[in-house]
Design a binder for this molecule. Structure first.
Ligand SMILES: [Zn+2]
Length: 267
């Protein structure tokens, strides 16, 4: 398996790396075709554009609050997978990403419920009534069913996890049961972002937590843009002590990326 890769918005940068990701659809809802060889990343249930045109599809919290950017918790709008229209769109996006995956691989972002207590929209409540399930069990079933369906259609599947390895948190907060999903996921990706990486003890704690938690290969994604090169290199070395690979995301300096990749690749 590759050891060092990149996530980039620049198709001309990606051609320099054997392992690279390109966001074909992010949370803004804009689609950009993947350059040759890049692994397409698609934000599945995060989509501000669809949330605007279909506010009735947005996830709803226990106090009735919508999972949108205007609320205190969220950086993007979260669509509810219980709506057939959302599921249809999600599968369409995945299929489109798959059609551009020249390596046969795609990466799923934002396959989750927005946070604990979400979602209690009408569609979720009706579905839970039919199934006779409580909210945690229902959410985990919905996410698992989606990933299983995508796995059956896609060649090779990667999935992004929220960087919380504490026991039970991914399940309780987001409806993601990693043990249940593991048979369908070839590689987990955990973004652990910082603007400086001036200290790394917390990065090490999280990395170690995921190492103990996940049975499949997992990769740590670091934020690169404007992070000083020595600190970024050090953070990558710490990550690689626990993870099976490291990704540098969104850096716009090609020379810096090439130097870091070369250094890490030779260690
Ligand atoms: Zn819902």
């Amino acid at each position: 398996m590759e050891r060092v890769g990149v996530v980039s918005r620049f198709p001309e940068h990606l051609s320099h790396f054997a392992w690279g990701y390109y966001e074909v659809k992010g949370v803004t809802g804009v689609w950009r075709d993947a350059p040759p060889g890049a692994i397409p990343m698609v934000s599945v249930f995060g989509d501000n554009r669809v949330a605007k045109s279909h506010p009735e599809w947005v996830q709803v919290g226990p106090e009735g609050e919508a999972a949108v950017r205007a609320s205190r918790y969220f950086d993007w709008d979260a669509l509810c997978p219980s709506h057939p229209g959302v599921m249809e769109l999600a599968l369409e996006w995945v299929e489109r990403a798959q059609s551009q995956a020249r390596t046969g691989r795609i990466r799923l972002d934002d396959v989750s419920f927005a946070r604990e207590g979400f979602c209690v929209c009408g569609a979720c409540r009706a579905a839970r009534d039919v199934r006779g399930q409580d909210l945690p069990a229902y959410r985990q079933d919905v996410i698992a069913a989606f990933v299983r369906t995508v796995h059956a259609r896609a060649g090779s599947l990667e999935m992004t996890l929220y960087p919380d390895p504490l026991p039970g948190h991914l399940e309780t907060r987001f409806g993601i049961d990693v043990d249940r999903l593991a048979p369908w996921i070839d590689r987990w990706i955990v973004p652990i972002y910082d603007m400086h990486y001036a200290t790394t003890y917390w990065l090490e704690i999280l990395a170690q937590g995921f190492r103990e938690r996940l049975t499949r290969p997992f990769v740590i994604e670091l934020y690169g843009l404007q992070v000083p090169e020595p600190e970024l290199l050090h953070a990558a070395q710490v990550a690689l002590a626990y993870a099976d690979g490291v990704l540098i995301a969104y850096d716009n300096q090609l020379e810096k990326l090439l130097r870091i990749c070369e250094r890490l690749g030779s260690e």
